[in-house]
Ligand binder design. Sequence first.
Ligand code: CTP
Ligand code: MG
Length: 231
Amino acid sequence: MPAAGRGTRLGADLPKQYLMLAGRSMLEWSVQPFLIDAACRGLVVALAPDDEHWSQVRSRLQRVPIEAVGGAERADSVRSALQRLQASGVGADEWVLVHDAARCLVTPAQIRQLIAACQHDPVGGLLAQPLADTLKVQAPAERADADPRVSATLERSGKWLAQTPQMFRLQALHDALAAVAASGFAGITDEASAMERLGLKPRLVEGSAQNFKVTYPADFALAEAILGSRA
Ligand code: CTP
Ligand code: MG
């Protein structure tokens, strides 16, 4: 679980994964469904080198995760976590699920659905949501202060919004990320995109719109309302 970000777009006074919502920190909500899943044999959390909040969260978890040192980019943090798994003896062909600490609404049922769909797949796959809205391309701005304008509408059919967890084999994912590290992970915003660079075609497993990533303040308010209503 990459949890080494700063949450700059949310703009709170601490990293968003440590904000409290519906009585728990976001990170606790995110790890809990994995900790109770019998198929998940362990958890690695990638943390910022200067993290001051993790030890409190850790003390409230019923299973203690392995810790890894996160990096400058999300992909650096994931790579670091994969290397911790390799160092702790996890086999090259074992399945790994990568999940954003900022997706605190994932459910045990969605995790099981992803595992069931991918466990016999040669590549692996990801939870994703078919695009519901019409997709617009913004025109290049004529002046710096101009309001955004549409230059085109993209074909909606066949487009999906990628979520996490994403499920790949440990060595394959590690190698795919290593192959794009030299470019500074240009264009690599999830695990699947690194696998795609190798010509592989990850499986799309339809998830839920509720498994959104908490990015902006409005997402935070919505996540809090949903978690409160589930309780
Ligand atoms: N992440 C990470 N290491 C980084 C950057 C991000 O482990 N160097 C993690 C975040 O903690 C988060 C997930 O990757 O759980 C998804 O990233 P994002 O939503 O972009 O979180 P932040 O990078 O924290 O937010 P922002 O981009 O707004 O600063
Ligand atoms: Mg980020």
